[in-house]
Design a protein around this ligand. Structure first.
Ligand SMILES: [Mg+2]
Length: 365
């Protein structure tokens, strides 16, 4: 395997003709809200949001998105934007059940399935063409159709040579997209895909790459391998390979049964100082971490909240709950009290004047 692509057109060489490896990424569209619509068909086609129990939008349907509603928004504001809005309480048990069924459908096609998050999975289809007497795109289409028919939700699917490329492809045409990205179409696709779309490149990495004149994924992989390595170390090197079509991250089908800690973090853009909004975001992150906890059938007693300012100073609160919990409702009040009790997370927000925050509640097992 060559380290560098000396000639950009190497991407279209016959060895990349179609699928030397076939990796599929499945991502359910607006998952929580879609499950609500699948369980209650009267809600199909209507704007639906979840999070009634907290008064904050934690998930929303594509119909609701059209009204300018976004995650983390206060319910009152969402209702003002869309008077006919359907507001459902989050039902993690049902979401978990749908998630499990989606992974089971994938396992009917291949045993090599990696459950990446509650609504996302990777599957390795390599070598299955003969078994199914079908091409990889046909198998991928069958997976998509089966999930959509059996579960009544839509999924976006990407098929390509590596996990990184498959994830890029599934994101390309949401909702209900089906994007095939064989080796010979890589160059054309990556030329029109900006670097910020890459799984693993955040805002900062994108800004750095833009400084070096790298704007598209194609710009990135046609730079020498050493360039990626020098800028971002091991991760940069691995991403460079994945995006060039060389598999670095295999599909890991071992079932995860335990975790030391589960975390969820979010960087805000645009920056904000609004304490209400920040508290809403904190609850949303808590929900995210807890949905993972549910998937692994765990409970937790320690919650760590980190608030990071734009100047990269961290402010951390650690809370030990009186008993092991699994539900956000059991945690919201202790978290709220604690935030108020120790100088208040809210007042910290007011005292300091950074313009951007980063928050990370962690639910420790
Ligand atoms: Mg999704």
């Amino acid at each position: 395997m060559t380290e560098d692509l000396k000639n950009p057109e190497d991407l279209t060489l016959p060895c990349y003709a179609l699928y030397p490896q076939a990796i599929v990424h499945v991502d359910a569209d607006a998952f929580f809200a879609s499950v609500e619509q699948a369980v209650n068909p009267k809600l199909k086609g209507r704007p639906v949001v979840c999070g009634a129990e907290r008064g904050i939008v934690v998930a929303l349907s594509y119909e609701a998105k059209k009204y300018g509603i976004s995650r983390g928004m206060l319910m009152g504001q969402a209702r003002r934007l869309c008077p006919g809005l359907v507001i459902a309480a989050s039902d993690y048990e049902t979401y978990g059940l749908f998630s499990k069924r989606m992974f089971e459908i994938l396992r009917r096609f291949t045993p090599q399935v990696e459950e990446y998050s509650i609504d996302e999975a990777f599957a390795d289809l390599s070598g299955l063409r003969r078994l199914y007497r079908s091409s990889y795109p046909q198998i991928a289409t069958a997976i998509k159709n089966t999930i959509e028919k059996d579960l009544g939700i839509t999924v976006s699917l990407g098929l390509s040579l590596t996990k990184g490329l498959a994830k890029l492809a599934s994101k390309h045409n949401k909702p209900s997209g089906l994007v095939m990205l064989p080796g010979r179409e890589l160059a054309a696709f990556l030329k029109k895909t900006t670097i910020d779309k890459v799984w693993g490149f955040g805002k900062n990495s994108t800004a750095v790459l833009n400084k070096y004149g790298v704007h598209t994924v194609f710009d990135f992989i046609t730079r020498p391998h050493a360039f990626a390595k020098k800028l971002f170390g091991k991760i940069g090197s691995e991403l460079w390979r994945e995006l060039s079509g060389h598999m670095v991250y295999p599909v890991n089908s071992r079932e995860k049964t335990t975790c030391q800690s589960i975390s969820k973090f979010k960087t805000f853009a645009p920056p904000t100082k609004d304490p209400e909004f920040l508290f809403g975001q904190l609850l949303r992150n808590l929900e995210g971490a807890l949905s993972k906890l549910h998937r692994y059938k765990l409970s937790c007693q320690r919650v760590v909240i980190t608030l990071r300012s734009q100047g990269f100073t961290d402010n951390t609160l650690e809370i030990t709950l009186s008993r092991r919990c699994t539900a956000a409702l059991d945690m919201v009040n202790p978290v709220k009290e604690h935030c108020h009790g120790c100088g208040s997370l809210r007042s910290q927000i007011r005292i300091r004047s950074p313009t951007q925050y980063f928050r990370r509640p962690r639910a420790h097992d």
